[in-house]
Ligand binder design. Structure first.
Ligand code: HEC
Ligand code: HEC
Length: 464
């Protein structure tokens, strides 16, 4: 990851503008102080994600309640005549919001609400979703429409006569996600890290920013306790500081970020408590048992074994062997990974950081039925399509909340090319695997198995 070490050279316009607009003043570097003993608390961590604004607020109650005013004619008319409850449902469906399990009538799980009344993008924006009709914090949000949300917020703020904020301008310079359910998350962190030196001081960007936009599908949090290294390329050892990249907006000074460190120890403690949900539909246990044998012979060497005595190897697989989309791998430069490895994020200890991962780590498959779509970019809608590479759709769109128990994963509609769309929001419903960073190719390992073997494997995967 890019952390600044040298004098500024060429500055790219977005970087400079964002810096000028957002910078909250430079802090002076000091030696790393001793931290007093701290006992992380998972429940407190959960509350931090719902009650704290780690980044500036994106909207407030009034804007949320008026979002429908930014919709196209037909949808707007429907929302206008709806009662409050129905309108809330329409808003939730459009942006991929779910209710909070412990406060169904409260604000969406995907926004933290502070005492001051700010509504903030939180971890659950991308890491809290629903599957088979049940919302679950820690499940990737396969329906988040982040780009549409920020665009509609801008429109409504204008309609309400609110002033343009620096963060609106900064946000408008970086795409948030071209396809519903996926986000440009890694590019956010590449950009944010450019504004920090190795001690977290806010500095102007130190090199020309490459912004290799590409969307990713968030991984489920129940993997966390199995992992030795984080992210699909497994580049950095597991630790709460890595999770703090998301809050590096220049408004958060070095002191502020450090103040938040204990909150992230709590958040990490909560992440470790997340368990994979059980498959809620019938399973053919005989077929699954034969699938388990196939799995042990053909898949376990990379993905590990499950059930009692199971183990997970955290295996990094070279991209040439894997053949899945490589945009994510190439997006982060080796030099940036090296800088990151010697920074506050690793406590200045480069040991264990992979500066040239060269591939992706085979993820654990616990609860795999629940975390569709598949592959790190979310290009494959069901497990059936993962196991039958020839059948993977070129262009597809998920249904609002449907679950496909036949193919195990998202219920989808497919097409040869993206149909004419009236609006960008409509266009973003379609996943086009021919786009940059969106390939559904690769991971052809199942293709060498017979069809009955693969059918059995599919049944077994439901049991994990
Ligand atoms: C805009 C969407 C978004 C937001 C907001 C977000 N994440 Fe993520 N997160 C992602 C994506 C996408 C990845 C996968 C990145 C990769 O593998 O390169 C990820 C990866 C992770 C992982 C690694 C899991 C693994 O198995 O490797 C953890 C843990 C995590 N995020 C925690 C958090 C926390 C905690 C927050 C809030 C402070 C947060 N995320 C906010 C999108 C998001
Ligand atoms: C050589 C190692 C290797 C073998 C063998 C292998 N996989 Fe994978 N698998 C991976 C890697 C690496 C990924 C991540 C690829 C990506 O996201 O780009 C992956 C991804 C997956 C995913 C998607 C995970 C997710 O969360 O999106 C599933 C499901 C899966 N593999 C199942 C299987 C099955 C079933 C087999 C046996 C037929 C198998 N794999 C064999 C390495 C392997």
């Amino acid at each position: 990851m890019p952390l600044a070490t040298r004098r500024p050279r060429r500055l790219l316009l977005p970087g400079l503008l964002a810096f000028a607009l957002l910078s909250a003043g430079l802090a002076v570097a000091r030696a790393d102080e001793e931290q007093p003993a701290f006992e992380p608390d998972a429940q407190r961590g959960y509350r931090h994600m719902l009650d704290k604004g780690f980044v500036p607020s994106t909207l407030d109650k009034e804007v949320l309640e008026n979002l429908w005013q930014a919709w196209p004619e037909e949808e707007r008319a429907e929302a206008e005549k709806a009662d409050a409850k129905t309108r809330r449902k329409l808003v939730f469906a459009r942006y991929g919001f779910t209710q909070r399990p412990d406060d169904p009538d409260g604000p969406p799980l995907q926004l933290a609400v502070t005492k001051a009344g700010g509504y903030h993008i939180n971890c659950f924006t991308c890491h809290g979703g629903q599957v088979a009709g049940r919302e679950q914090p820690g499940l990737p949000n396969a329906h988040i429409a982040l780009q549409s949300l920020v665009e509609d917020v801008r429109t409504v703020r204008r309609k309400l006569g609110r002033p343009i904020r620096a963060s609106d301008i900064a946000a408008s310079m970086i795409p948030h996600g071209n396809t519903v359910g996926t986000t440009n998350a890694v590019v956010f962190s590449i950009v944010l890290l450019q504004f920090r030196d190795k001690d977290l001081n806010v500095v102007p960007p130190q090199r020309r920013l490459r912004l290799p936009h590409h969307d990713l599908d968030a991984p489920p949090w129940w993997h966390y306790k199995r992992r030795t290294h984080l992210y699909i390329d497994g580049f950095t050892p597991v630790g709460h500081r890595s999770l703090m990249q998301f809050i590096l907006v220049p408004q958060n000074s070095r002191e502020k970020v450090r103040e938040y460190e204990n909150d992230f120890k709590d958040i990490e403690a909560w992440i470790k408590t997340v368990e994979a949900p059980k498959y809620p539909y019938p399973i053919d246990t005989k077929l699954a048992a034969s699938g388990e044998k196939v799995f042990r012979a053909s898949c376990a060497s990379c993905h590990g074994t499950y059930g009692e005595g199971g183990g997970y190897p955290n295996r990094l697989v070279p991209i040439a062997k894997l053949g899945t989309d490589r945009a994510r791998l190439d997006a982060i430069l080796t030099s940036d990974r090296e800088t990151y490895s010697k920074s506050w994020f690793t406590n200045y200890d480069p040991k264990g950081v992979r500066t040239d991962p060269g591939g992706y780590v085979a993820p654990p498959l616990d609860g795999i039925w629940a975390s569709a779509p598949y592959l790190h970019n979310g290009a494959v809608p069901t497990l059936h399509h993962l196991l039958f590479p020839d059948e993977r759709p070129k262009v597809w769109r998920r249904s609002p909340t449907g679950y496909d128990t036949e193919r195990v994963g998202l219920q989808v509609e497919t097409a040869e090319k993206v149909p004419e769309s009236k609006t960008k929001h409509e266009r973003r419903q379609w996943f086009d695997t021919t786009g940059h960073g969106k390939s559904a190719a690769g991971h052809d390992f199942p293709a060498k198995l017979s069809k009955p073997q693969r059918r059995a494997l599919l049944e077994y995967l439901k049991t994990l």
